[in-house]
Design a protein around this ligand. Structure first.
Ligand code: NAD
Length: 470
């Protein structure tokens, strides 16, 4: 495997790369269902045949356990490919629509054609999944594609480049490595569609750049995803599911439960329960949690220190920090940490945490929880733990989010028939399954008439004869 570093100055030939992809877009546009499925199959087989190499690359970046790489990156991609292969024929079929009486004699349909040349910009946190899953839909829709993976997950980004070049011609898919400099140059090109996954702040930069060329965008962004734990919740069940969703990838997950809002009457019991669950998961035989092979590390020292800063700020403002072990900057290890006695002025309650820290704030009346959620940006995900249907309905009605799980966390991302994405600050546009395919397609309206026939003849000019009839 190539282990050279990513250098952010290879911007010179980006314009040529774009022109090349654009030239070839018309040829790729004409590819058939069979040809596109074949391309996806190649990707599927490559990924399954090279699992260990992918494990290794991601381990070097994040120290992620291979089982977690399988469940959250490799097998999820394979699942999306298989789902696409199964449905692509029907997605590509022209969709017939009905004809109003006044247009009798015509027929109409919607044609899904590729947008053309697409750009995918990916983050570092699920470095393989987030670069490759949009590629599935870009290929399925018949586009040519440039991918810019993250410079922070260097080993995986280099691997993605190697993989893509052994699968596809550079006439069709190009992987460009680099950081902000490369990304900025790419964003100046006249891409037809930009699929960006990353922070809300950079999402705004991407959208501003897209405006210059009126490129369409899918923005998969971040934010603070609340968990609402009601007094009738099953606390053991909630604790298992939240602990898994929160500490997966060491909390560096866009849809991780960011903070908890919990009914005061069950707060103490829940905190005890979650502390137990953390030990059950990461220290089953009483060993140090740090020794667990199942916890990822923080991506770099900047992020580690950012998280440390969040805890210091909370501590200064009176929070109780329940840290299951000690932090270690050298190995970028941050233990699973619960925080109680949380107030709204703490940075933990204002900024996206994106790490293994879980603030738990209690409420007396559920309306207080709605107020806290409402005053923040609209979340990417919102999780509800409750038994009563009436309570669940009340939470759904009084909040909004890109996606929601009821008595579960994270899993909505795994159903390809559900749209995945945020709303406003947490994202624009949706991905996965048919939604992913549509995102990379132009829905072209086509009306067909018979030669020599038209229903609008009576309204042809000159208009004089019409004036008296209208
Ligand atoms: P980021 O926004 O810093 O970087 C994402 C990508 O944008 C990288 O490839 C980077 O090189 C590029 N980039 C950074 N600054 C840029 C600039 N000024 N101009 C052009 N390009 C630039 O995000 P990150 O730190 O890599 O990822 C973490 C964020 O991504 C979190 O906010 C998380 O919630 C979000 N995220 C969202 C999803 C989702 O599906 N909604 C998934 C994963 C991560």
């Amino acid at each position: 495997m190539n282990t050279s570093v990513i250098i952010d100055n290879n911007t010179q030939n980006i314009e040529d790369i774009f022109i090349h992809l654009k030239k070839n877009a018309t040829t790729i546009k004409k590819t058939t269902v069979k040809e596109r499925i074949k391309k996806l199959e190649k990707l599927e087989h490559y990924i399954l045949d090279h699992r260990e190499e992918i494990h290794e690359a991601i381990y070097k970046d994040l120290k992620k356990n291979p089982v977690e790489v399988d469940t959250s990156e490799i097998l999820t991609i394979v699942g999306l490919i298989r789902h696409t292969k199964k449905h692509l024929k029907s997605w590509m079929k022209p969709n017939k629509v009905s004809t109003p009486l006044s247009m009798l004699g015509t027929s109409s349909y919607v044609l899904h054609e590729p947008k053309g040349v697409c750009l995918i910009i990916a983050p570092w946190n699920y470095p393989f999944y987030l670069a490759i899953s949009p590629l599935i839909y870009a290929i399925a829709a018949g586009n040519t594609v440039a991918i810019k993976p993250s410079e922070l997950s260097e080993h995986t980004s280099l691997y993605i480049q190697k993989m893509v070049y052994s699968l596809y011609s550079t006439d069709e898919v190009i992987v460009i490595l680099g950081g902000v400099g490369v990304s900025t140059t790419l964003l100046k090109q006249k891409f037809n569609h930009i699929f960006f996954t990353g922070s809300s702040n950079v999402g705004k930069v991407v959208m501003k750049a897209a405006v210059n060329n009126l490129a369409s965008v899918t923005l998969e962004l971040g934010g603070k995803s609340p968990t609402v734990i009601c007094k009738d919740a099953d606390l053991k069940d909630a604790s298992d599911k939240i602990t898994w969703g929160k500490f997966l990838n060491a909390g560096q997950t866009c849809i991780a439960p960011d903070y908890a809002l919990i009914h005061k009457s069950v707060e103490k019991e829940f905190v005890e329960q979650m502390t137990n669950t953390i030990n059950e998961f990461y220290s089953p035989n009483g060993e140090l949690i740090k020794a667990s092979p199942d916890l990822c590390r923080i991506i770099n020292k900047d992020h580690f220190n950012r998280l440390k800063g969040l805890l210091e700020d909370a501590s200064e403002k009176g929070a109780t920090i329940i840290m299951n072990g000690e932090m270690d900057e050298a190995s970028k290890y941050m233990p699973p940490t619960l925080v109680t006695n949380v107030t709204n002025d703490m940075r933990l309650m204002q900024e996206e945490i994106f790490g293994p820290i879980y603030p738990i704030k209690s409420f007396d009346k559920i309306e207080e929880a709605f107020e806290i959620i409402e005053e923040k940006e609209k979340p990417l995900a919102l999780y509800i733990f409750a038994k009563k249907k009436k309570t669940i309905k009340k939470v759904l009605q009084n909040t909004t989010a890109g996606g929601t799980c009821i008595n579960e966390t994270i899993l909505h991302i795994n159903n390809p028939d559900l749209p995945f994405g945020g709303i406003n600050n947490s994202g624009i546009g949706k991905s996965h399954g048919k939604y992913g395919f549509v995102g990379f397609s132009n829905q072209r309206a086509v009306l067909k008439n018979r030669v020599g026939l038209t229903s609008v003849k009576p309204v042809y000019p000159p208009y004089g004869k019409l004036a008296s009839k209208l």
